[in-house]
Design a protein around this ligand. Sequence first.
Ligand code: SAH
Length: 218
Amino acid sequence: MFLCVMLDNFIHKGRRKKLVEIIKSKGITDERVLEAIGKVPRHLFMESFLDNVAYEDRAQPISAGQTISQPYTVAFQTQLLDLKKAEKVLEVGTGSGYQTAVLLEMGVKVFSIERQRMLYEKTRLFLPKLGYFPTLFWGDGYKGKSNYAPFDKILITAGAPFVPPDLLQQLKIGGILVAPVGEIDQIMISVLRTSPTDYKQQEHGYFRFVPLIEGVND
Ligand code: SAH
């Protein structure tokens, strides 16, 4: 009988510890973020042939021509969200579910949207196996999820040509949206909603993401 086990052994744990040190040395200071990265078994979110490189601080391929973001980038975006326990977070771009898992490790409630049906199905079945229970949707993240709004925090994990107006509308007053904005390279921005009509934007350097594409892919 073929037994499929999802193994997280001492080698993975050792590599993960080193990864936490690496992203700390690159400037991540939020201990809760570092702790979450230290807990999520990243190698299980990618194909098994990538096991050896899963804890390198690099983006890696997942299915459907998409990528699992670089751990430093995941940590950087998560840190910008300034999460408080039990907050409602909307993630756009579920992908492998790795970022989703990091958010859940921080004690927030996660709603996540993925446009690629195959990835959505795969991640929907996979995350509960690791004990992660987000609310996942197959849909177009440009539209957000108005029936679950408002959100304390919104995180876009694909390069957006502009910040989708629907997402700004679905942000709580006092809430923060984090997004990489731009066509080829993206500038990381955080947007604080200060009133029903006012938003305060800050910029945090350049990154490179796969694009945020309008519409869904069946
Ligand atoms: N957070 C993911 C990163 C995946 S890469 C992880 O940790 O693995 C970005 C993801 O955004 C891809 O899976 C891509 O299919 C998805 N995406 C792109 N445009 C989208 C849209 N309009 N709505 C929802 N998801 C989108």
